[in-house]
Design a protein around this ligand. Sequence first.
Ligand SMILES: Cc1cc2nc3c(=O)[nH]c(=O)nc-3n(C[C@H](O)[C@H](O)[C@H](O)COP(=O)(O)OP(=O)(O)OC[C@H]3O[C@@H](n4cnc5c(N)ncnc54)[C@H](O)[C@@H]3O)c2cc1C
Length: 563
Amino acid sequence: MSTEIDAQSIADKPPFSGRKAQMFPQLSAAQIARLDALGSRRRMTQGEILAEPGDRHRPMLVVLSGSIEVVQPGMNGEVLIVVHTAGSFTGEMSALQGIGSLVRARVREAGEVLVIPEDRLRRIIQTDAELSELFMRAFILRRVGLIASQSGDVILLGSSHSAGTLRLQQFLTRNSFPFVNLDVNTDPSVQALLERFHIKVDDVPVVLCRGEVVLKNPSNEEVAACLGMNQQIDDDRIRDVIVVGAGPSGLAAAVYAASEGLDVLVLETGTPGGQAGSSSKIENYLGFPTGISGLALAARARVQAQKFGAEIRTAYSAMGLRCDARPYAVELSIGTTVRARSIVIATGAEYRQLALENASRFLGTGIYYAATATEARRCEMKEVIVVGGGNSAGQAAVFLAGSCRHVHLLVRSKGLADTMSNYLIRRIAESSNITLHVNTEITSLQGDEQLERVTWKTAPDNALETRAIGHVFLMTGAVPSTHWLKGCIALNDKGFVRTGSDLAAVDLLSAKGFAARLPQSFETNWPGIFAVGDVRCGSVKRVAAAVGEGSACVQQVHQALHD
Ligand SMILES: Cc1cc2nc3c(=O)[nH]c(=O)nc-3n(C[C@H](O)[C@H](O)[C@H](O)COP(=O)(O)OP(=O)(O)OC[C@H]3O[C@@H](n4cnc5c(N)ncnc54)[C@H](O)[C@@H]3O)c2cc1C
């Protein structure tokens, strides 16, 4: 192992140089005295390793004397993150998430530390307002710093022509996981890695996990397992509530339920954020006058839920629900079940696929269902198509117009007025590099490995036009993710979950769940099983509405748990 260390710490480099005091604050004597009561003191010796990447359940260490250097091991040696001296403390977001460490911590100068175990740290964060703010801000900034440093021993070797690469980039980015992204077609340093790990170019995407394990075209589940992204907790425990889906509604339910003392498990197929996570900028969510990216909103909500003790598992799919026995059981894709006394269904909706024969072939290599910076990088200065007439399509068009040469917005209807907010219609009209094509739909996609040409037709004469365009963003409405509820939960004719007064008498009879009371407004045909957000029949399909429903349903969860 090389011990060569970069002389500057991340907090000394832009864009963090102005935030060093928040990223690595010094605790006052009074604050250390408060922590002293909750921890234990121990000596540390020079060179001692205190944490390695991947180590779980590490305590937070407050340095009383001596110093600790925190480094990020990578393929070219170590990169210095910081040296903690007296009054400083170790840790970043993984300390609260119960997941593997991202860094190595080593004693630089012998001395003494105060050891605060994980459960005590969580208690401090939930009860001591001053220290909570100080720790949370530092932990979040440190994670952001690790991501921005573009170093470390998690490397994605991929290609901008590969759909699998895009999927893994999205998975790691939306999970706020630091990784080094290398393109086999353009990055000169790749050859040495390919030789060293016996990887062929055809194997990409490849994830080098902790510099040792080579994962060839891995699933998200395999990456999550290798990187220790989920907590390891005994699944026999019966939770108060399992929230299925970590979009805005599920995360809101998790924040409120956990903050009110309930034992909460959140299951998420992909990455927290849901549809909102695929939005480049949400401008109508209360409290963010300049807008916020879906990614940032999701990352904050996730941290907030974890701060209160909710366990969030990513790359975990619910495959079925057993509602005829209590506690209720959720069947997982890995073949096991988890149980809870109440369930919140927050699985939202998925984009409608394009009904063209070869649309799935170009998924990720020309067809995209999200428009964030990750996808936009693939089509910088190129001509692109956005399909759809709703707000998500409008946002995507405006966002892509910032970096693409030209954006064609295709809608089947005769205009945008009925489906899109006025502010977006105005921005589209004012953008010189967005062209709106009304009464238009795509009829064929052509290409070899990559999408190369697109043909569309325009009513009323159905004139065909073919353009050499290789990037199509589909924003054409969504269908509910309720396939896993069939045979158990009452759905409407479009597959959305019926709740409260939308339930028919026959739904309640067949479920045989309610004897003493009527279902509450977010309750399904089974008592204690709730549905919130876009998955719920009649809900308003907006971030604020989803957040409102997720938080409001927690009161009804309490009621059901009391029954
Ligand atoms: C590109 C885009 C831009 C948008 N912009 C705006 C905007 O500016 N303003 C606004 O108000 N609204 C906007 N919306 C709409 C808004 O994002 C949605 O209304 C909101 O995300 C709904 O939240 P939700 O939690 O109900 O569902 P979702 O966001 O759909 O989240 C559901 C989650 O459940 C997970 N899931 C699904 N099935 C399973 C399963 N079986 N097991 C485990 N997990 C599962 C999914 O992976 C997903 O993460 C936008 C939508 C899109 C797509």
